[in-house]
Design a protein around this ligand. Structure first.
Ligand code: NAD
Length: 492
């Protein structure tokens, strides 16, 4: 597909590509040029009904298939995703803006989830106990539940659908994805590979759209559960709506993560990791650490090294091999971040590095990396999710104060600590209320065989994505209790 040929994005329903029939639509732009590359029509409630019916139909047979048969298309999907990783990455670069290396990286993390789900024959085993009571053996068995949906954000269009799809179908359910209307091309590309992987028609469906399409899924009688990833206000409302309609729901929200830099830290390493964490994906990451709380004794040295490092950062289109940071996803996002830079100045923070003055291409939603110093926990630039390339440095007189500053956040997706002291690491792990805690790790992103999810206003629900939690989210446990009275204990 050439950037010069806008295309329409169809739904993938019951193994066919069909045009959505809703009234609304959105354009998808190349983030680096602003050029329109696709149009996406939103799905109506009737379109969602058709997808849900297809999924219900496919589920009836799929749930009876041996688990070994259910994982075979997943093995094929893994191979197809790897074979097409570069093309998928190119699609992500175009519609999202991130660098090619970042796009490949997110796909690797997505494929990792397919790999983990291929192990479902072991992971679905629940437990058996012989002679649980006189003459009675008991066993717990996991069952699929029906049709699940996932509503996903723009910022990882390849990886996040794969946090859900592989586990949903491996456990015996059917699946309807509603990708972000801002980055629908990657989901369409993944659906093409799903189609080739040999899943039964209707088992995996993709419906495009925005809030109304999502709402039709969340309130649909045939949908038993929903996964959501996106901003906190929407996550909260999705959680409430889905729960009110009797669905199982996990809703991952926004974030504002902190790094603590101890006076004992290896500063050079901490600077490099902080830059990676704050500015990768142009700061549009729920695991980014856009606040660094730095011990007063090393604050000046840290700030100086950081500013030196980002001054040379290459900000360029994601398909430029030298690019270290691409554009933001769209112009309205860039404008939002520019407003936050004004807010930081009004609040009295010191602009240590002004991304507005960084050399960037003229076209597209580009903005250079920005660093504020002398920020305080009460400032909006520290409290609110900016979701762009803005890092705020906060000075802490000691480790106790640093911990207290982190704890002030209403979010709890992740936090990181740079230290050479074990006792600080231990306190950090015990006292910080966040889902992912990194010690000498800039971005605390768990591998797919561990669950992924936050705390506080970063997560609504109980079972998280990935790993064992995903298996439990997509299944119910039944207990079988069996007695065969004429079989004596000595013949067991
Ligand atoms: P968003 O909340 O605007 O949209 C996310 C999805 O929700 C999209 O598919 C969108 O169409 C849909 N949606 C929008 N309004 C809705 C409504 N009223 N009801 C139901 N669905 C609705 O988020 P975004 O801008 O696409 O993504 C960025 C946000 O996602 C950031 O806040 C970021 O922190 C968060 N995020 C969180 C995680 C995590 O794991 N916690 C991961 C990635 C992104």
């Amino acid at each position: 597909m050439s950037d010069r040929t806008p295309r329409t994005v169809d739904n993938y329903v019951d193994g066919e590509w069909v045009a959505p029939t809703g009234d609304d639509c959105a354009t998808v732009a190349n983030s680096a040029t602003g050029e329109e590359i696709a149009e996406v029509t939103f799905s109506s409630r009737a379109d969602v009904d058709v997808a849900a019916a297809a999924a219900v139909g496919a589920y009836a047979d799929w749930r009876t298939q041996p688990v070994e048969a259910r994982v075979q298309p997943l093995f094929r999907l893994k191979a197809l995703l790897e074979d097409h990783q570069d093309e998928l990455a190119e699609t992500i670069v175009r519609e999202h803006g991130k660098t090619f290396a970042e796009a490949r990286g997110e796909l690797r993390r997505g494929i990792e989830n397919v790999e983990v789900a291929c192990g479902i024959p072991t992971q679905m085993q629940a437990g058996t106990l012989a002679s649980a009571a006189p003459g009675i053996d008991e066993s717990a068995v996991r069952h699929p539940l029906g049709v699940f949906t996932a509503i996903t954000p723009f910022n990882f269009p390849g990886m996040i659908p794969l946090w859900f799809l592989p586990y949903a179908v491996a456990t015996g359910n059917a699946f309807v994805l509603k990708p972000s209307e801002r980055t629908p091309l990657t989901a369409a590309h993944i659906a093409e590979l799903v189609d080739r992987a040999g899943f039964p028609d209707g088992l995996v469906n993709v419906v495009n759209g925005g809030a109304e399409t999502a709402s039709a899924l969340l309130t649909h009688d045939d949908v038993v559960g929903a996964s959501f990833v996106g901003s906190t206000p929407v996550a909260r409302s999705v959680y409430e709506t889905a729960a009110a309609h009797g669905k199982r729901v996990q809703a991952q929200g926004g974030a504002k993560n902190h790094i603590i830099v101890s006076d004992s830290a290896d500063l050079e390493f901490a600077v490099e990791q902080t830059v990676g964490s704050a500015f990768a994906n142009t700061g549009q990451r729920c695991l980014a650490n856009p606040v660094a709380v730095v011990h007063a004794d090393v604050y000046d040295a840290f700030a100086e090294q950081l500013v030196d490092r980002i001054g040379s950062m290459v900000v360029a289109p994601g398909d430029d091999p030298d690019a270290e940071m691409g554009p933001m996803v769209g112009e309205r996002d860039r404008e939002r971040v520019l407003e936050y830079i004004d807010v930081g100045l009004e609040e009295g923070a010191t602009l240590l590095y002004d991304g507005r003055e960084h050399g960037v291409p003229d076209e597209g939603a580009f903005l250079g990396p920005t660093v504020f110093g002398d920020a305080t926990p009460k400032m909006r630039i520290v409290r609110e999710e900016i979701f762009g390339p803005v890092l705020a440095l906060v000075r802490a007189t000691d480790f106790d104060e640093a911990l207290a500053i982190v704890e002030e956040s209403r979010f709890g997706n992740a936090a990181s600590l740079f230290t050479e002291r074990g006792r600080e690491a231990k306190r950090f792990r015990h006292e910080v209320d966040a889902g992912n805690l990194g010690v000498n790790v800039g971005t605390a992103a768990p591998m797919a065989f561990f669950h992924f999810g936050g705390a506080g206003e970063s997560f609504f629900g109980d079972l998280h994505a990935q790993g064992d939690d995903a298996v439990r989210f997509y299944t119910d446990e039944r207990v079988y209790i069996e007695r065969w009275p004429d079989v004596g204990a000595d013949s067991a």
